[in-house]
Design a protein around this ligand. Sequence first.
Ligand SMILES: Cc1ncc(COP(=O)(O)O)c(C=O)c1O
Length: 359
Amino acid sequence: MPSVRRVGEVVRIVDLRSDTVTLPTEEMLESIKTAKLGDDVYGEDSTVNRLEELSAKKMGKEAALLTTSGTQANLLGVMSQTNRGDEIILENDAHLYYYEVGAFSALGGLVPRMVTGKRGVFTPDDLRRVLRPSNIHFPPTSLVCIENTHNRAGGTIWTPSQTKAIFDFAKNMNLKVHLDGARIFNAAIAQNIDVRELTRYVDTLMFSLSKGLSAPIGSLLVGDHEVIDHARRNRKMLGGGMRQAGIIAAPGIIAIEKMVDRLRDDHSNARILAQGLSKIQGITLDISAVQTNIVIYDVTSLGVNADSWVTKLTESGVKSGAHDSTRVRMVTHRGIEKEDIEYALQVVEKVANQLRKPS
Ligand SMILES: Cc1ncc(COP(=O)(O)O)c(C=O)c1O
């Protein structure tokens, strides 16, 4: 299903803004009609229960909780393992820090301490540098957060051994580890490993149904019974207790059972896109950073800032997002076929040529 839409005459739009723009499959829509429903706040929605059991099993943990969004699941993961006034460690460009409205501070009462990673990945030595000893002047540190794949670093992956190194260090320091695994299946597929290799070394993780897996709504928080029970109560407090949530869970089950393997296609399309972009004069791109479905490139040499470049591309039929003032992000996903990538590359080249030619 190429993401080719005809608007009026012959306008073709290729939407590379995010994998969150994926629409549910026909099978997902059908599953909503036939899902067995109940009141999930009473624990009586058997479809939600099935999704939560499936998620826990897939991730090799005891329990799981369906949440309204990745943002909510991250907040619940963090809140349910800390006390107000605690310090939590986050990577500089972590989604939790950058894009989640400061919820862990505003609602969780937590203080962030930042660690700088390389392509989003940090080491025990990096952690050692930012951790402070127990002292009456400092907030107690209780949790370390990692992100796999790392969104702002461009979909970069943590390996099992990098994850284990942080986990072992954290356990020595009596810290919990939370994984923002919105795209954890992308990380597993890219490394040809079972996802449990990446979830074994964390206390909790969240993963999204509504990104490359194409379900319309929802994320899961996964961990042991104690923390998930606590998170269930916190979810109710945040207004996230849902009633017949089986209509969300039914497509979620299909997402987990049927949509994981196809993430490979997104990765190979991202590589084709990155290789094509790197050949266009004026575009600067580090191909080795393109490890999954996200491509980030710099447009400084085209003499344009990221926002106006994105506007020009959008006017020509290719949607993307400004990553910062000079860099642009493109994300491959279900609905973007190889021919869409080829078309997008033609558009990029055309717009770049126009910029280089003084009018
Ligand atoms: C790494 C990461 N974490 C968390 C989220 C938040 O998910 P949601 O948009 O469902 O709140 C996103 C969304 O893009 C993400 O990329």
